[in-house]
Design a protein around this ligand. Structure first.
Ligand code: HEC
Ligand code: CU
Length: 354
């Protein structure tokens, strides 16, 4: 079994290098500068999960994928070969009225038996992979709750006094199995971080479980993979695997409430926020306690906005607030009409939410 795995690992490796080279070639053909093309790796492609796995919950799946691919390619090649042989080694023309057939049914029997054995073998292998990835080998070191909303992800950490909530970003320490409890606030979505684990649905009224573990620090893209409405495609998230020290620092920073002291402009901005945004959004430490939208206590610490729709820059942030329906048509956040002065106040306030 070990040697088979080695062979598959080699095939995977060669495949990955080939795909990366092709991808970079395509990127430069499309006009990307050599440096840009270089910065792209196969990990940026949608099929990266077929080439790389970055954690133990994904490793057995990648072997399964390649084994199935190899078997399918072999079947195609064998059938094509037999067809060619059949075409060139025709039987002699015989009298159409002759009653005796020359046989040939034997091959059909052999083929049926072989296919049955192959399919049965594949089924057993698949079930064993399912069992292998069902539970982590160690007890999870961390449990987080992820709730899917149309069209973003709420992530809850901790319990009691030390609980906090963030959005579209999952931070985990690397090399620690993490149990993700999956819930849905509205319709069925599915949680998928291809390089770390398989897909798991989030179903209203049920709590599903999925464990993930990252071998090394890194950023892994996740995506909703169950069609859930118009903005399903803009329902991405990122998993940040960090060293334990980095993770602890992030955790401590997230747990704090928003700062109370600030400039006069920011205080005006906070009043405006509490008046117009608090029905949906929470900022801990202020009067805003809405629950139907992302918690914004530390919105500035996030890399992306609106479930991966835009990069979180000050310009994009205020643009999103005023034109959410243009950036993500149909999103459950309305365009907020703001005068230039109000936009300035609000920006000053949001800039304090680090
Ligand atoms: C009717 C409810 C509602 C109101 C009112 C509202 N929002 Fe939102 N907001 C949402 C929802 C829902 C999302 C998630 C949108 C998505 O990703 O599809 C969101 C997303 C955001 C985000 C992106 C957060 C992230 O981490 O991705 C920001 C920033 C934001 N809103 C700011 C504001 C501000 C500032 C106001 C007031 C001027 C406001 N919102 C008013 C519902 C609301
Ligand atoms: Cu979804």
């Amino acid at each position: 079994m070990v040697s088979v795995r080695r062979v598959i690992a080699l095939v995977v490796h060669v495949g990955a290098s080939l795909a990366t080279a092709l991808f970079q070639l395509g990127a430069s053909a499309a006009g990307a500068s050599p440096r840009e093309a270089e910065s792209l790796t196969a990990a940026s492609t949608p099929l990266a999960y077929f080439l790389h796995s970055k954690g133990p919950a994904a490793q057995p799946v990648i072997y399964l994928g390649w084994t199935l691919t190899i078997i399918c390619v072999l079947v195609c090649v064998i059938i094509a070969g037999l067809l060619l042989i059949g075409m060139f080694r025709r039987r002699k023309p015989q009298d159409a009225r002759a009653l005796v057939s020359e046989g040939g049914l034997r091959l059909v029997y052999v083929g049926s038996v072989l296919s049955t054995i192959a399919l049965f073998g594949i089924a057993v292998y698949m079930l064993s992979v399912l069992a292998e990835v069902a539970d982590p080998s160690k007890t999870p070191g961390l449990t987080v709750t992820v709730t899917a909303y149309d069209w973003w992800w709420k992530v809850d950490y901790g319990d009691g006094e030390s609980r906090f909530s963030t959005a579209n970003e999952l931070h985990i320490p690397s090399r620690v199995p993490v149990l993700v409890l999956l819930k849905s606030a509205d319709v069925i979505h599915a949680f998928w971080v291809p390089e770390l684990a398989g897909k798991t649905q989030t179903i209203p009224g049920t709590t599903n479980r999925q464990w993930i573990e990252a071998d090394h620090p890194g950023v892994f893209r996740g995506q909703c993979t169950q069609y859930c409405g118009v903005q399903h495609a803009h329902m991405a998230f990122e998993v940040y695997a960090q060293t334990q020290a980095d993770y602890d620092r992030w955790y401590a920073a997230q747990m704090g409430a928003a700062p109370a002291r600030s400039t006069a402009q920011a205080i005006r901005g906070r009043k405006l926020f509490e008046g117009r945004c608090a029905g949906c959004h929470t900022v801990r430490g202020s009067k805003a306690t809405g629950v139907q939208a992302p918690d914004l206590t530390h919105v500035l610490s996030r890399r992306l906005l609106a479930a991966g729709s835009v990069v979180n820059t000050p310009e994009n942030l205020i643009d999103w607030i005023q034109h959410a329906q243009e950036i993500k048509p149909g999103t459950l956040m309305p365009d907020m009409k703001l005068s230039p002065a109000e936009a300035g106040d609000l920006s000053a306030y949001l800039a304090t939410l680090k």
